[in-house]
Ligand binder design. Structure first.
Ligand SMILES: [Fe+2]
Length: 200
């Protein structure tokens, strides 16, 4: 990799890693949806998969914007080409997803599995919030307002997703996991119930 000499190089690097993160999350979410038992949680994960696909598209747009600006400045495309074409992978998200897969392979009651999935998802959300917040601030400092706005849009969505997960956890899912085997008779009703109040 070429030496990075400018904050914009770092922004390009971070955007590439965010793109990789979103791609990995899109690949991982279907298995998490399949493991989720609570209908509200399943619905939230399905909706987040759709949102994540939009976030990936938004990052594609950011990459194009940064690339076209690189051209306008008549700078070398060397580092840009390397960063965007070499398949740079987010090792952070890779690790968090491997943790999710490990957790989903553990024998748990459906209620405990739901609580565990929320916990894993929130680790991923917090990682993304950190990444998007940093990249957004770089873009702002570089005067790349359009790029900053796109990154901010995704940052808001990640915060919303995190808050929704918290609402579900403290609203009933952690309690269901806490009650565990004591609530056997209610399990079928719990699994088959439709969301009664959205946490959106
Ligand atoms: Fe995301």
């Amino acid at each position: 990799m070429d030496k990075m000499n400018h904050l914009k190089d770092l922004l390009l690097f971070d955007v590439q890693h965010l793109y990789s993160a979103e791609e990995q999350i899109i690949s991982a979410l279907p298995a998490m949806i399949g493991k989720a038992n609570n209908p509200q949680l399943r619905q939230a994960l399905e909706e987040h998969l759709h949102v994540t696909e939009q976030q990936r598209e938004r990052l594609s747009k950011v990459k194009q914007m940064l690339g076209s600006q690189e051209n306008e400045n008549n700078k070398s495309l060397g580092i840009f080409s390397e960063l965007f074409n070499s398949g740079t992978k987010s090792k952070g998200i890779e690790g968090l997803i491997s943790e999710v897969e490990k957790v989903m392979g553990i024998d748990m009651s459906p209620e405990v599995m739901d609580a565990a999935i929320i916990g894993c998802c929130q680790k991923i959300e917090h990682y993304e919030i950190c990444g998007y917040g940093t990249a957004r601030t770089y873009a702002e400092q570089l005067g790349l307002i359009d790029v900053a706005q796109l990154l901010q849009q995704t940052l808001i969505e990640e915060h919303d997703a995190d808050e929704r997960l918290t609402s579900m956890a403290i609203g009933n899912i952690n309690l269901q996991a806490e009650m565990g085997a004591d609530m056997e008779p209610a399990q079928e009703q719990y699994r088959n119930s439709t969301p009664s109040n959205s946490n959106m």
